[in-house]
Design a protein. Structure first.
Length: 114
């Protein structure tokens, strides 16, 4: 793994909400820290209500994690574009985040520890 990336099981129970809906809740979240950036919580895909997510065309590349694919959140009150990302085929060094989703905390998206 890149020396500046650390992945560990996140303590406690984590929730993600948008537009008044709970998109997911899990006690199996991962916390990824990369350099001096804020930690990012990755939710297991099976703990997220995927019916609220619509895959977008956006992709990005990280030299340490691989290619990311994006989703928009679609709920009763809004669509929040490209606010969810996932590494479907991450590099071996960060294979633990495969089948996990991370959420930008903006535009009415809240990720919090319960």
């Amino acid at each position: 793994m890149a020396d500046h990336i650390r992945i560990r099981k996140a303590d406690g129970i984590w929730s993600v909400r948008s537009g008044g809906a709970v998109l997911g809740e899990t006690s199996n979240a991962l916390e990824l820290t990369e350099g001096d950036m804020a930690p990012v919580i990755y939710f297991p895909r099976e703990d997220i209500a995927m019916a609220f997510l619509d895959r977008s065309e956006k992709t990005t590349h990280c030299p340490h994690k691989g290619d990311a694919n994006y989703y928009s959140i679609v709920n009763k009150s809004s669509v929040v574009d490209d606010v969810v990302w996932t590494y479907e085929t991450p590099l071996d060094a960060v294979a633990a985040i495969k089948d996990h989703l991370a959420f930008y905390q903006r535009d009415g998206v809240t990720v919090e520890q319960l």
